[in-house]
Design a protein around this ligand. Sequence first.
Ligand code: GDP
Length: 540
Amino acid sequence: MSSAPPAPAATGSIAAEAARRRTFAIISHPDAGKTTLTEKLLLYAGALGGAEAGSVKARQGRREVTSDWMELEKRRGISVSSTVLRFEHAGTVFNLLDTPGHKDFSEDTLRVLSAVDAAVMLIDAAKGVEPQTLRLFEVARARRIPLLTFVNKYDRPGMEPLEVLDHLASVLDLEAIPLNWPVGLPGSFEGVIDRRTDLFHRFTRTSGGATIAPVEVLDAESAAGADEGAWATAREELELLDAVDEEFDDAAFRDGRATALFFGSAVSNFGVGPLLDALVAIAPAPAPRHEVDAAGEPNGVRELEAPFAGLVFKVQANMDPRHRDRIAFVRICSGRFERGMRVTNERTGRTLAMAHAHEVFGRERSLLEEGFPGDVVGVVGAQDLRVGDTLWLEEPARFPAIPSLAPEFFMFVRNGDVSRYKQFRRGLEQLDEEGVVHVLRREAAGDPVPVLAGVGRLQFDVAVNRMEHEFNAAVRLEEAPWTVARRTEPEDVPTVREATGAEVLVRADGTHLAVFRSEFVLQRLERDHPEITLDRLLTR
Ligand code: GDP
C-alpha cells in the first residue's frame, strides 16, 4: 500500500464518479470474522500490494476499545486506517467504513451507518445471529440500508443452508435471498453454485489462506461427475428454493426488506471473490440524499451533481499518537470535493477551508486532492465541527440529524483537583462534542455536578482515560441513580420533575433528557401523561 499522494486523477463527471463508488460497512458480533474478511476483501481486490494475507491468530484478552483495524495493522504490519479503508478494484472505488465491534460503542456504529450506502452483515455459521449483530441489524433496518449477508466459517460445522434461511426469518424477520448456494455440509465445504449462472465454483485450499484460492468453474454436468453426493444435495435444495423463491427482488433488497445471502469462509478465502463481485453488481452507488429544513422537516434532495455538500458523521481527537489532533470525518454527499475548498457549516454559518483534508488511508495520511459522492475526507484541526453538521459550497444544504441511542448508564463526574478545573471543563466539553459520552447537567436543581451518560460502561473508561491523559484533568466518577432515559421537550420538564424517581438533565446543545430510576417510573409517567414527549432516539 503506497503512502504516496494519489496521482492527479483523470476523473469523469460527478455522476460517473459516484456511480463507480461503493461505500459500505461490515456489521457483526466480535469474533465472527470481520477483521479476517476485511483483510481478504483487500486480498481479492488486489489492494495488499503483493503482500500475502497472513494467517489470523487468536487474540486473547483483546479489548475492543481500539478499532479492529488497528489490530489488523499491528498483526499485519500493513497500513490500514481506523475509520475508512479505501481501495480500488476493477474500476470500482470501495470505501469500507469501520464499525466498532463492542456493544458499548454501538453509538459510533449508528453514526457510521448514516454514512454508508450498504452494509455486509457477517454471521458465524455455527452461532447465527448474536446479540451485537442483532442490535446493529436493527439500526440498519431502521435506516433501510441494503444488506448483504455473509455466512462465515463454513469450513467448520454449523447450520446447514436451509437452516440459515429459517434462522434469519425467525430471529430477524428477514427474508434472505441466496445468491450462491453451498455445496457440501458446513465443515466439508467444497464450493458454491452461483444461482444466476448455475455454475459450480469449486474452491481449493491454499496454505493458510494466504493467497487467492484458485477456483474451478464447472458446469452442471462436470460438477455432477466431480462429486455426486454433495452436488446432488445442493441441487435438490436449490430446486426446493427455486419453487418458492421468486427472482432476486431488487426493490426489496434496496430498501432493506430482504438480504442477499452468501456462504463462505473468510479464513480459507472461500466465497470472498463472489462477495466482492456482488458489492459491485448489486450494492447501490451513492444516491441523491434527503434534506431537511431548519425545523427538521423533509425538504427535497441534494442531487449528486449539485455543488459540494457533506455530512460530518464522526469526530475523533488524537486518533494517532503521532498526530495529536482532531479529525472530523465527512461523507461527501454531492458535488466534487477539492482540497482547499472553502465551505460553510450550516449549523454555525461559519466558513472553513478544507485545507487540511486528508485521505485517511493508512498511517501516512496522504492528502486527498479530489473526492466524489461516497468518499470520506478527514478534516484535520477543525475545532468547530460536530457530528451531524452539514458542510456545503455555493448552495445551502442541511441533512437530517443523525439519531443516537438513549443512554442507559449514568455517572456523576466530579473534578478531582481544584487547581485543574479548566482542564476538567475543557475535557468534558470536548468529549461531549465528539459524542464519546453525553455530558448532562441538572440545570434547575442548582447542582453543578455534571452527569456522564452512555449506552455502555466502556464509554466511561474511554472518557476517564482521555480526560486524564489528554486533558490532564483529575476526575472522580460516582454512580448516579438512573437507568433509563428519554428525550423530552422543555415544556414537559415540570411534568417530568413532578414524578418521583424522575429528573431532567440538559445537554450543552439544549437537548432535554428525562431520566428515570427504573423502567417502572417511566411507564407510569407514560401512562399518566400520554401527552408529553418521551422519545427513545436522540439526535446530535
Ligand atoms: P472479528 O472479531 O470479527 O474481527 O474476528 P476475527 O477476524 O478476528 O476472527 C475471529 C476468529 O475467527 C479468529 O480466530 C479467526 O481466525 C477465526 N475465523 C475468521 N474467519 C474464519 C473462517 O472462515 N473459518 C474459521 N474456521 N475461522 C475463522
